[in-house]
Write a protein of this length. Structure first.
Lengths: 214, 434
């Protein structure tokens, strides 16, 4: 019995099939486990382990390396405020303080109503609109305290549900299409092409040698 | 005066709101280069890239053509695109994946064809939620259009591309660490040698790893020829490059400029580009190529934007990000924050990096926030010297990857350029700017 919702379970199985080795699907599957539960639950970790042919301890140990994976429950909205160099110069630390005051939780913690988790982010690569704020890894481009408070209001009232899905949902565009050719056919196609390339290289080298000897 | 008459190679669609759609891409010459490439021999396509002398746009500036030609010994198995753009204040790949994903996809298909690889991965940092969706959408459209999948455009070449999301680790931009992440492991950089994934890469097989911007240049190079690309710029720095300008300037943003033909002064002060600093402010220092690079001061403003031009002065063009600090900004605070970043992002494998970054960060913190001592100034330099002995550039390395030797750049620069500021912090018992 799968812990994941049927559609997420199906996407997991499709992802595993895309990689030459099952374990390579680890990071994308962990993102899907977070989409299922909002964070990495024991059940989610166990299912990823089964899907990738690893153990729950191995999955947990891998996930712990990456900042985006949460081993504890987080809010519906994870708010990241960047304080790295470009944002620092634009008031990133002040924005983080303001966010903590507005949300009522310090960086690294979750608001009392369980809706928001605040994080101090490293550079989010949107430095021309600084200080940079992301909610669930979507750029919200609020650079003033007033705009931030408006954003929080909008999130509370559900006015941004389309732009900012709840935490864990990363890629909403489903993969369509694909190779749809057997691995054997690909290997055959590849060996023919590489043999032809080698033959051309040899012919070119022979021609160059002949030219050199005359 | 800035020289702005070079063609836009990778940002030609920046004025279109729908630049990321297949419709707009096809209307603006999209997938023509791929059709042309498919009529050429794969090695002829690779030769054009060699002629273009395209330097990798990720940070190290290694010639892309040479990365590809190391395949001569064994056929390459995988092509991996590095879109884990996380160097602080670098946001050019963010622009490319969100605004022109088809250009990236077409570049990847062309590269895969040149290398005769049937499996490619595009690794994008996980924080690019929209970018991940845009690239997946572009791939879906490319499959439907026949530009990707089995028998591309009726040729004998087939290719599958998989988008792989990262999960928030700066170190995964290091190519061997990226491959570990792609194998589903913790992102620990691999021990060298072997130095190049082209020898031992994904699953131990020959792999080419190229940056997003590098790939995005390929459609133009195939359409116009490598010679046309090489005609732009000067010396080893050919073509154009995206520069991400941030910090204390009026118009921060991503600008595509011909290599070498413009200077940092042009980029920062030209009204069509950075537009200069705020009224009454003067330039104090700037980071010329990502926070791993040693800083420059006003005296280096007229340095041309070229690989060797910047390298010759003891820094690097790196990831193409320029951060401006004006005279109201505190250099101690800036250097502290950059060190804090490296401390957070050190993977922890090597002692000089793991321990050194945290130690320097704590010293910089007390200098900035109160409690700093005069002897801290020499202590911090000694620690820097332990991580990168000699404090020269390019740095000596005591660690598996180059994250370690990147740590001293900002602290060492700030301390040698603005020692008086550090002394003032000690005397004041904290930041005099606060």
């Amino acid at each position: 019995m799968s812990h994941f919702r049927a559609d997420i379970r199906q996407r997991c199985e499709e992802l595993v099939a895309l990689y030459p080795r099952k374990r390579s699907a680890m990071l994308p599957l962990l993102h899907l486990a977070q989409e299922n539960d909002g964070y990495l639950s024991e059940e989610g970790i166990a299912e990823v382990a089964a899907l990738t042919g690893t153990t729950p301890a191995d999955v947990r140990g891998t996930a712990a390396f990456y900042d985006m994976f949460h081993l504890e429950p987080v809010g519906k909205y994870v708010v990241g405020v960047c304080t790295n160099i470009a944002c620092l110069l634009a008031g990133g630390e002040e924005m983080l303080e303001h966010a903590a005051a507005t949300l009522g939780c310090a960086p690294g913690s979750t608001s009392a109503d369980g809706l928001f988790t605040l994080e101090e982010s490293e550079c989010l690569a949107d430095c021309n609109i600084a200080p940079c704020v992301q909610v669930n890894h979507r750029y919200v481009r609020t650079t003033t305290p007033e705009a931030f408070d408006q954003l929080v209001d909008d999130l509370r009232e559900g006015r941004l549900d389309h732009d900012v899905p709840s935490h864990g949902t990363l890629i909403r565009v489903k993969r369509q299409g694909g190779l749809r050719v057997s691995a054997e056919d690909i290997a055959a196609e590849r060996s023919v092409a590489i043999a032809a390339r080698s033959a051309r290289a040899e012919a070119a080298a022979a021609a160059a040698a002949a030219q050199g000897s005359t | 005066m800035a020289s702005l008459d070079a063609p836009r190679i990778v940002s030609s669609r920046r004025d279109f709101a729908d630049s990321f759609t297949l419709t707009r891409y096809l209307e603006t010459g999209g997938y023509v280069a791929l059709r042309k490439a498919l009529t050429m021999f794969p090695e002829a396509v690779a030769a054009e890239v060699d002629v273009a002398s395209l330097l990798g746009r990720g940070g190290a500036g290694f010639p892309a053509g040479r990365k590809w030609s190391m395949l001569r010994r064994a056929p390459i198995s995988y092509l991996v695109v590095n879109g884990d753009e996380s160097e602080p204040a670098t946001f050019k790949d963010h622009y490319l994946v969100e605004r022109d994903p088809h250009q990236l996809v077409e570049g990847v298909i062309i590269a895969a064809y040149a290398l005769q690889v049937n499996q490619a991965f595009i690794f994008l940092r996980g924080e690019f939620a929209l970018g991940l969706e845009r690239v997946q959408q572009a791939l879906n459209e490319a499959y439907a259009h026949g530009a990707l999948g089995a028998k591309i455009f009726g040729s004998d070449f087939s290719l599958d591309i998989v988008v792989h999301p990262g999960a928030g680790a700066y170190i995964c931009g290091e190519e061997t660490s990226l491959l570990e992440a792609l194998e589903g492991k913790r992102g620990f950089p691999r021990i060298k040698p072997p130095f190049f994934p082209a020898v031992t890469g994904l699953y131990g097989e020959p792999t080419v790893v190229n940056n997003v911007e590098t790939m995005s240049n390929l459609p133009w190079i195939v359409n116009n020829g490598g010679a046309a690309f090489a005609a732009l710029g000067a010396g080893r720095s050919t073509g154009t490059r995206l520069f991400a300008l941030a910090g204390d300037v009026k118009n921060p943003g991503v600008y595509e400029l011909e290599m070498v033909k413009n200077t940092f002064r042009d980029l920062i002060f030209d009204p069509a580009l950075g537009g200069g600093l705020a009224e009454g402010r003067r330039l104090k220092a700037f980071v010329p190529g990502g926070v791993s690079a040693p800083w420059f001061g006003p005296d280096q403003l007229d340095t041309p934007l070229g690989q060797d031009e910047v390298g010759g002065l003891g820094s690097m063009l790196g990831s193409g990000s320029v951060v401006v600090l004006d005279d109201a900004s505190c250099v101690v605070r800036a250097a502290w924050r950059i060190t804090k970043f490296f401390s957070r992002e050190s993977c922890g494998q090597c002692t000089p990096c793991r321990e050194g970054s945290g130690w320097i960060e704590r010293i910089m913190y007390r200098l900035e926030h109160g409690g700093g001592r005069m002897e801290d100034l020499d202590l911090v330099l000694d620690l820097c010297d332990n991580i990168a002995p000699g404090l020269s550039w390019p740095p000596q390395q005591t660690t598996i990857c180059v994250l370690g030797p990147s740590i001293p750049s900002s602290v060492h620069s700030a301390l040698t350029m603005f020692r008086d500021d550090f002394v003032a912090h000690v005397n004041h018992g904290g930041c005099p700017h606060d």
